[in-house]
Every structure is written in structure tokens, then in C-alpha cells.
Design a protein. Structure first.
Ligand code: NAD
Length: 287
């Protein structure tokens, strides 16, 4: 049976490190880092992510404010809010929770955030720094995955990392991180138009699923001994739960665990790591 990679435990380590660094700053008379979170609309998943981020910030001594707006807010108003946050010296990090309502251009909003405060690492300047290997903010979910691998003692150098999914949030930035000097994986990115996907997945030493479909990764896609990282967060109906659903990943966990050397659970895997990296980025922004 595969070894379970405990994202809760590993993220707690990172949060403790951030907490200690924040305490050190305040001992030297510096103010607490400040994260401004902008939430637009009523999407329950977004509201729950934002709540988790705010709570985690408070726990490590980062001040955070969640600014909530009705879904009917205009694009111009959102850009105005961001400009005010850009100018406000007491704000270190700005996070606009995605997705945005359809009438607001996501890319315009991302472009408007000052790269110095871009703790989500979505701005083209941040992405460019990542691609050419310059120091900058870390893309939260991909960097959380790399931290998991490092802290679990998993070798990445020369290993074949197959990523399923090519989104700007997970697949593409993760591919760039895994290629970075010092991490040194050989990377293949698969997507909805990839033919022979199972055959490619089976070649992975490290298999990352970031698709958004429950049980997409089946046993025949996993090489014996592979490390399986499940990024997916999917709601499936479950009448036995009070809320009527449960969260599952993109991997058929039961089947893959019988072959993999290491595997991440959902929930309790990549999710908590994402928040921990956001806190690291906010601390970095304050520095
Ligand atoms: P996305 O919808 O932007 O991208 C999904 C990707 O999957 C696309 O690149 C697409 O090409 C690929 N895909 C879709 N169908 C496919 C198929 N049949 N075969 C091969 N590839 C296919 O999603 P995303 O934002 O990257 O998120 C993916 C999943 O990860 C979602 O479940 C999301 O909720 C989750 N997620 C989790 C975290 C976290 O912190 N754990 C963070 C971000 C996203």
C-alpha cells in the first residue's frame, strides 16, 4: 500500500515557519504583513476558500481583510478597487478570488494587480519570472506540490513528471517549477487533446492529476512505485453527509494506492499546501 503524503501535517510545518518569521518581524518593531482579499459574487466554493485563507492568515499573525462585493459590480469598479489597494502602502498582498462573474475580464483584473503585491503569482510578470527561473512569488498550488515532494524526501532530479492538465493555475506553472534548476524533473504535460494518455501516464515516476474529474486517473495509468499527486477537488453527491456531498480528487484513490509508492489524499493533500504557500508569499511581499 502506498505511503500517504499528509498535506495537513506538512502545511502545518510551513505555517509554523511563517508564524515564527512574522513574530520575529514584530519583535523588531515591524507591522504585521497585510493581505487584502477581494471576493466577488456568491459562489459557495469561492466563499469557502476565502474563509480558509483568512483564517489561516490570522493564525500565523498575518492581518487580512476580505472585501466582498455583489456579482453585479462593474469591471471598472473592480479595477478601481485594485488600484486603491496597489497604492495603499499598508497592503502587502492582493488576492482576487477567481472565477469572476462573466462580465468581468479576468485577465484585465490580473494585469491590474501590482506585480509587487501579486501573491497568487498570476500576473504575466510573475509568470515570466517563474518561466525564466528568476526569484519571485511562487504559484501557490504548484509550489505546494513541490514542497510536499521535498519534505517527503522524494527525489525529483531526472525523474519523469507527467502532469495531466494545462491550466494557468496548476498544470503550466507546475511544469515550469518541475523544470527549474534544483528540481530538475523531465516534464510531460497532457491535456484534453492528448492521445495515448494512459500510456504516457504509465511512464510517470511522479504523476500529477489536475483535471477536475472524479476518478479520472484509473489503475491502468499508474506505474508501480509511482508518486501520485491528486490536485482535483470535486464535489460528488453523498446523501450520507449532512451537506449532501463529499469532496473527492481526480484519482481513483483506492485503486491507485495499491500500486503507488506515495499518494496524496483529497481532502487533506494538496489543498492545505496551497494556503501555506499563499502565507509564504504574503510574508515575502511584506519583506
Ligand atoms: P481547469 O479546468 O482550468 O483545467 C483542467 C485541465 O484538465 C485542462 O487543462 C484540460 O486540458 C484537462 N482535461 C480536461 N479533460 C481532460 C481529459 N479528458 N483528458 C486529459 N486532460 C483533460 O482546472 P484547474 O483550475 O487546473 O483545476 C483542476 C482541478 O484541480 C479542479 O478539480 C480544481 O478544483 C482543482 N484545484 C485544486 C487546487 C488545490 O489547492 N488543491 C487548486 C487549484 C485547482
Amino acid at each position: 500500500m502506498a505511503h500517504l503524503i499528509d498535506g495537513k501535517m506538512l502545511s502545518a510545518q510551513i505555517r509554523d515557519e511563517v508564524k515564527a518569521a512574522v513574530a520575529l518581524r514584530s519583535a523588531s518593531g515591524k507591522r504585521a504583513p497585510y493581505l487584502a482579499v477581494v471576493l466577488i459574487g456568491e459562489d459557495p466554493a469561492s466563499a469557502s476558500y476565502v474563509k480558509g485563507k483568512a483564517k489561516a492568515s490570522t493564525e500565523v499573525g498575518i492581518d487580512s481583510d476580505t472585501m466582498t462585493y455583489d456579482a453585479s459590480i462593474s469591471e471598472a469598479e473592480v479595477l478601481d478597487i485594485i488600484e486603491r489597494l496597489n497604492q495603499d502602502e499598508s497592503v502587502d498582498g492582493i488576492l482576487v478570488q477567481l472565477p469572476l462573474p462573466a462580465h468581468i475580464d479576468e485577465q484585465k483584473v490580473i494585469h491590474a494587480i501590482s506585480p509587487a503585491k501579486d501573491v497568487d503569482c498570476f500576473h504575466p510578470e510573475s509568470v515570466g519570472n517563474l518561466v525564466i527561473g528568476l526569484d519571485g512569488f511562487q504559484p501557490a498550488t504548484p509550489a505546494g506540490i513541490v514542497e510536499m515532494l521535498k519534505r517527503t524526501g522524494i527525489e525529483t532530479s531526472g525523474k519523469h513528471c507527467v502532469i495531466i492538465g494545462r491550466s494557468n493555475i496548476v498544470g503550466k506553472p507546475l511544469a515550469n517549477l518541475m523544470l527549474k534548476k534544483g528540481i530538475d524533473a523531465t516534464v510531460t504535460v497532457c491535456h484534453s487533446r492528448t492521445s495515448n494518455l494512459a500510456e504516457i501516464a504509465r511512464q510517470a515516476d511522479i504523476l500529477v492529476a489536475a483535471i477536475g474529474r472524479p476518478n479520472f486517473v484509473t489503475k491502468d495509468m499508474v506505474k508501480p512505485g509511482a508518486v501520485v499527486i491528486d490536485v482535483g477537488i470535486n464535489r460528488v453527491d453523498d446523501e450520507s453527509r449532512e451537506r449532501g456531498y463529499r469532496l473527492v480528487g481526480d484519482v481513483d484513490f483506492e485503486a491507485a494506492s495499491t500500486l503507488a509508492s506515495h499518494i496524496t489524499p483529497v481532502p487533506g493533500g494538496v489543498g492545505p499546501m496551497t494556503i501555506a504557500v499563499l502565507l509564504q508569499n504574503t510574508l515575502k511581499a511584506a519583506k
